[in-house]
Each structure stands twice: as C-alpha cells, then as structure tokens.
Design a protein around this ligand. Sequence first.
Ligand SMILES: *[C@@H]1O[C@H](CO)[C@@H](O)[C@H](O)[C@H]1NC(C)=O
Ligand SMILES: *[C@@H]1O[C@H](CO)[C@@H](O)[C@H](O)[C@H]1NC(C)=O
Ligand SMILES: *[C@@H]1O[C@H](CO)[C@@H](O)[C@H](O)[C@H]1NC(C)=O
Ligand SMILES: *[C@@H]1O[C@H](CO)[C@@H](O)[C@H](O)[C@H]1NC(C)=O
Ligand SMILES: *[C@@H]1O[C@H](CO)[C@@H](O)[C@H](O)[C@H]1NC(C)=O
Length: 626
Amino acid sequence: MENSIKHRLLSVAIFMLLNLHITIADLSSDTEALLKFASSVPHLRKLNWNSTLPICSSWFGVKCNDAGTRVTAVHLPGVGLYGRIPPNTIGKLDALKILSLRSNFLTGNLPSDIPSIPSLQSLYLQHNNFSGNIPLPLSPKITVLDLSFNSFSGNIPAAIKNLTRLTSLNLQFNSFSGAVPELNLTRLRLLNVSYNTLTGSIPESLQKFPVSAFEGNSFLCGQPLSLCSSSSSSPISLPSPAKHKKLSTGAIIGIAIGGLFVLILLAIFFVCCLKKKNDEDSVRSLKVKAVTAGKNEKSDDFGSGVQAAEKNKLVFLDGSGYNFDLEDLLRASAEVLGKGSYGTAYKAILDEETTVVVKRIREIGVAKKEFEQHMEFVGRIGKHPNIVPVCAYYFSKDEKLLVYEYMYSGSLSSLLHGNRGIGRTPLNWDSRVKISLESAKGIAHIHSEGGAKFNHGNIKSSNILLTKHLEGCVSDLGLAPLMNFLPTKSRFVGYYAPEVIETRKFTHKSDVYSFGVLLLEILTGKAPLPLPSSSQEEVVDLPRWVRSVVREEWTAEVFDVELMKEQHVEEEMVQMLQIGLACVTRVPDMRPSMEEVVRMISDLRPSESSDNRPSSEDNRSNVATP
Ligand SMILES: *[C@@H]1O[C@H](CO)[C@@H](O)[C@H](O)[C@H]1NC(C)=O
Ligand SMILES: *[C@@H]1O[C@H](CO)[C@@H](O)[C@H](O)[C@H]1NC(C)=O
Ligand SMILES: *[C@@H]1O[C@H](CO)[C@@H](O)[C@H](O)[C@H]1NC(C)=O
Ligand SMILES: *[C@@H]1O[C@H](CO)[C@@H](O)[C@H](O)[C@H]1NC(C)=O
Ligand SMILES: *[C@@H]1O[C@H](CO)[C@@H](O)[C@H](O)[C@H]1NC(C)=O
C-alpha cells in the first residue's frame, strides 16, 4: 500500500521535473526565436526585447500562457517592421495562438512555417506588402485569417475549405487570381475577397455574402453580383479564349483593347523607325534613356499605354501657359529622373523653351471621374510660388500621366546628400533657412486652401524641388490621397509619423511630423533613409537619433559638419532644431500647425527684412513681432 503511494508520488515528482525541464526549454526556445526575429527584421520603433528581462511580463507585445511557460501571442501592429521575415523565427513559436503583424512594411513571401504553426488560431497580417502565394499547409485551428491589403497572388488555396473553425477570412486588396473556391464552412461569418483579379462564378455556399465582399473583381460574376453571361457556371479562364465559345463582354472588351494596343504599338514602332532614318538621332521618339546614376536600367517609355482614340486628350489645368499635345509629349526626348513612391518620373524636352516632368503613375485607387475632379481641385490649390504646379494630366485605362513644371536645380535631397566629396559646394545655412521657410509656406498653403481633409502625405527631401534661384517648392501634390497603398519601401518610411504607420491615414499633423524630419535632415545632413553600406537596410530614425544625442549632451555634434565651418549661425541652428523637435512630437495634437511653423522659422531672423527672400511675404508674417 504505502509502497505504491510512494511509488506514485515519485513518479509524479519525476513527471513534474521532466515537465518543468521541458517547459523551461520551450520558453527558452521561444525567447531565442523572438530574439532572432528582432535581430533579422529591422523595425523603426524600439521593442525593448532584452534577454535579461522576463519575457512573459516585460517584453513589448509578447503574451504567455497563465503558467508563464510558453509564448501564446505576439502583437506587433504598427511598429514599423520592414523587410522580409526569415523562416525559423516566428514560425518556431509552436505554442503561438495569436499573431498580429498588421500595419507594418513587411515584404516578400510569408514563410510557410508561420501559418502552419499547429496551435495558431488568429493571423493578422493586413496592411503590409507580402507577396507570393499563401503558403501551405494551414493550421487546422485557424479561426481568423486576415491577409488583406498586401500583394499576395496566385489562387485562393482550396485547402481553406478544410479550416472548419474559420469564422473570418479577409483577402481584399491583393492580387489573387483564379476562381473563388467552394467554402462550405458553417462558422464563416465574415468573408471579403474584394479588389483582386478573381474570375468565374461565385460558389453557391458564398452567395449569402454581400456585394461588397466581392466587388472590384472585374471578371467575377453570379450572385450577389450580376449574373454570369455564360450559361455554364465554370470559371472563365482568360488566357485561353479558344476553349470557350462564349466569353463575357468584359473579356471581349479586354481582348479588343489588347488587340488595339498591339496595333498601336506596331504603328508607333513603324513611325519611329521611319523618323529615325529621316533625321538620325535628333529626336529619340518614345525611347527613354535611363540615366539613373550608374545603374543600367531597362529602356522604358511612358506612352505605351496610350490609346489611339484618346491621343489628344491631354487635359490642361487652368492657367498653365503651355501649348503642346500628347503627341508632342510622346515624341519628346525623355530621360528617367527617378522612380518615386507612386511611379516613374521622366524629364521630357519638348523644344528649347519647354521642358516638363512627366510622372507615370503605376496604379491609382480611383475612377476616372473622381480623378478628374481631384485634379481640378489640385490644380486650384497648387497655385502658389512654393508649390510645383501640375500643368496637365492624361488618364486612360492603361496609362496615367501627370505633367509638372520642370525644376532646374533638382531636389533638396540631392543638394544635401548628393556628391559629397571633392568638388561639392555645400548648401550654406542661409540657403537652408530660406528653403525651409519656403517649403513650410508651400505646405501651410496646402493645408489652408485644401481644408481639413486634404493633406500632402508625402513630404520628404526628394519632394522639395528647387528653382533656378534655389527657391524651395513642394512637389507631388495631390498624389498620396489617390493611392490605396502606403509606399512601403524603406526609403520612405523614415518620414512617416508613428500614427501613420499605425493607421495608414495622413493628416495635417502627420505632414507636420514629416516636415519636422525634413528640418532635422537639413540640420544634421543625415537622411532618414537606409544606409547604402548596410546590408540590413537599417533606417536611421532621425527624430530618435537627434533626441538621443541632444539628451546626452547638448552639443554641436548633431549638426551637419558642413555647417560647422560657418560663423555666428549656431544659435539659429539650435532654434531651428527646437522647431524640428516640436514637429516630431509623438502626440499629434502637441505638434504645431504648419502656419505656426512658418511663423517660428520667420522669427529666427526677425530683423532681417529683405536679404534674399521675397520681402512682401516676410513682412506680412512678421507683423506680429515687435
Ligand atoms: C539589457 O538590459 C541590461 C540591463 O537592464 C542592459 O545593461 C543591456 O544593455 C540591455 N541590452 C540590450 C541589448 O538592450
Ligand atoms: C482536406 O482534408 C481532407 C481530409 O483530411 C484531405 O483528404 C484533403 O486533401 C484536404 N483538402 C485539401 C484541399 O487540402
Ligand atoms: C454544406 O455542408 C452541409 C453539411 O456539412 C451540407 O448539408 C450541405 O449540403 C453543404 N452545402 C454545399 C453547397 O455543399
Ligand atoms: C470588403 O472590403 C472593402 C475594402 O476594405 C470594404 O469597402 C467592404 O465594405 C468590405 N465588405 C465586407 C462585406 O466586409
Ligand atoms: C509591393 O511589392 C510588389 C512586389 O513584391 C511591388 O511591385 C510593389 O511596388 C510593392 N508595393 C508597394 C506599395 O510598395
């Protein structure tokens, strides 16, 4: 009797010991996996994951089970994670139930070890830029799968129909193609596959979901959308029209446009060849020479999507004094200026007097009508000496062009960071103050004229362009509000306010934050960009860096070395630094308005009336100062 009790106790003790050992090992492997994740995926906000601190109680975004033996949830929404997630990091957390990495800038394939974590129940990856297929297998326990607002492609895997616990499936705004699989899942309450490139008919089991769950897929049909034109309910596969006698009207239009497009290309090609023979190389019809520093970029042209019937539909905005048509534009010699957030910019030389910048926009989130109204609005707001005006636009299904005035002295970014070395003329402090003030005035004008809902959304040094006389002008006005996506390349994220990373919404105050980063950039000569030397694409979080230097010791060390040679400017630089730091305050409501920023910068030099600035404007803004 006693023996058997002893025996039992002993075995329980041994079991507990073993168990303890196993759980400790598991928590340490969880720790290791998370540390590996933090070190291999760069992030803008500090996570404070430190192995000397207890993981279950102190690590940001990490939750454990009640016993504190395993990590069960990781919540890292909007912390500025960017780049790829390598396998064997998060995927190693094999007790994980909830993973939220939404609203970051993650790219590349989703490693297959993440959705297959056997315990995984909720996976929130919306608002990133993951691409590639949904990796298989999927954990059978998944109840919530949100992959919306990414660049996933391929088919929606049929394996989803085996996820019997699924309650919510969000796949909207991706590039999924093929048919929607039959998903006879009794618990599924929320489905959204809108804005993909899905085709075919909606399966019966999903017809109970509303229209908005399916819209934005031009070739999807059947309840609750319009009836499929073909009597068979099998999905239409576009690339093989021969197989199907009956095509949807959409498909026919698509093919017709495609055919027309090929014809036009041939015609253009023919015309070009003739021209080349006639007048040698003087006009480089349509061919665009890539002159991006050193890199041999693919030849490209901005007219390839222009349809013949619309050849003369270049729409000029009121008051632009230009006189050319679309054909002139397409015939102009052009070179690539750069690839921006939303498309490629070309410099097009029409004749000796006329040079314009053509922006070819990759994707626009609005329909033509809305776009036209928006451009009229932008045209009105853009009338200000410190804003680069939009002169004209072209909108067709395949091609969206915006034509801007060309600015001769390039961008503030290239003046600050380009060609550091021998032969460089540093940008002096006077010019930096002047350009800061002028750009601030441009942005303040956008805010006051555009109203509370209209903002710039893309303030950065490469969008501050300079006239012949080095006057700062804000460019790219009106583009950000048209886009569905936030650009996620690491060279943009350094200007985003923390709340933009979290909510994806721009406001006046987020413009102020970006402008604050710009001021810090002007002062420090450092760019909030990934360092070209580092393989990690590590972004300098400029506000954080400046605060850390300034906190430790208020020294001149933060300032650009090029400015240190100048006399009697340090006091102004310190004041400007304070303006910059006020703009990058984390709490949006604590940031000054753009109008206040203009006033503060003007107040740096209250006595100076008219050295190299347009005096009337300055006098006006100085009225309040005694
Ligand atoms: C972790 O915390 C310890 C003590 O708080 C500190 O000395 C150490 O620098 C921290 N390590 C990292 C990587 O932050
Ligand atoms: C679904 O599960 C069944 C049974 O477990 C299996 O045979 C089938 O291959 C699965 N289907 C998919 C598409 O994974
Ligand atoms: C869905 O499944 C239920 C039971 O699991 C079955 O009765 C029903 O016929 C199925 N519906 C479809 C459309 O396959
Ligand atoms: C689907 O997503 C789109 C875009 O976010 C949204 O407008 C629509 O209301 C959603 N529909 C449903 C049924 O959730
Ligand atoms: C997302 O990634 C795709 C390719 O992976 C790229 O073409 C696209 O420009 C990216 N989108 C954004 C908004 O960065």
